[in-house]
Design a protein around this ligand. Sequence first.
Ligand code: NAI
Length: 302
Amino acid sequence: MTASQIRFDSRVAVITGAGGGLGKTYALELARRGAKIVVNDLGGAVDGAGGSSSAADACVAEIKAAGGQAIASYDTVSTPEGGNAIIARALEAFGQVDIVINNAGILRDKSFAKLEPKDLEAVLDVHLRGAFHVSQPAFRAMKDRNYGRFLFTSSAAGIFGNFGQANYGAAKMGLVGLSNVLAVEGARNNIKSNVIAPIARTRMTEQLLGPLATLLDPEQVTPIACYLVSEECPYTHEIFSVGGGRFARVFVGLARGWVAGKGTRPAVEDVRDHMADIMSTEGFSVPASINDEMQVLMTALK
Ligand code: NAI
């Protein structure tokens, strides 16, 4: 390790779903680097059923045994009351909140034709509404101190699509939208927000990864998660695919497109005849907000 080691001394990190899997690796690593940790975990099954304090407690015990500082939180992320309680726990115990890693998650996989409304609700509640409920009180506290780092956990299942995960994919892509807006709204207050789409062997995926599983340690995701919530991270409004020691930017690009011309009313056939231009990715840009897209449109219509 060099002199420019990344440290988190005096930082307070809330990590949801940190009783096991990926979240626990973030908690252990951030604590090792000096952060005070709120280890939140409801302690239920992969499908969200049940609950127990043992997962969060075990992670806290491990951090303390290694000389770090941590407290447990057993509240669910999936209600406004739960989200408020999780952030209140950080504020009461440590006086501030600098980092939120929205990581809690469950699965209710079924093909789209067979999905029931309750499978949609349960998954949206934990992933999308959960991240909203935890992040909102944290965002308010961060704004007051002009500092904050958010990390959201998306998935290739939403960003790229996967059979049998309509509920999960929708929730996971929703988190990209949430992070993008926090990046825009937080910019003035040094609040940064990014997304990772991890691939790792955990209890959630051990049945799904096949022979690749042995190559996909959760600890291989940990370094980018920690970097993205560090003070020195200049990035915001980004998405990264990470797994097995590979780290790659994922981006939403805007193609140059076809411009029918200012004031024209193109016909359906005009669109058909210009699909090659509309589809071309040559000269694309990566807008950092809706304003960037409006700028592209204004230039095109000049
Ligand atoms: P995991 O099942 O080990 O971790 C999820 C944790 O969230 C569990 O400890 C669980 O008790 C907790 N949790 C569930 N509902 C909760 C609630 N309502 N409130 C508080 N805690 C709750 O699985 P893993 O793989 O570590 O998942 C972490 C995140 O990464 C999840 O958001 C998952 O969707 C995401 N992810 C994981 C991938 C992988 O390859 N492992 C792939 C893509 C995304």
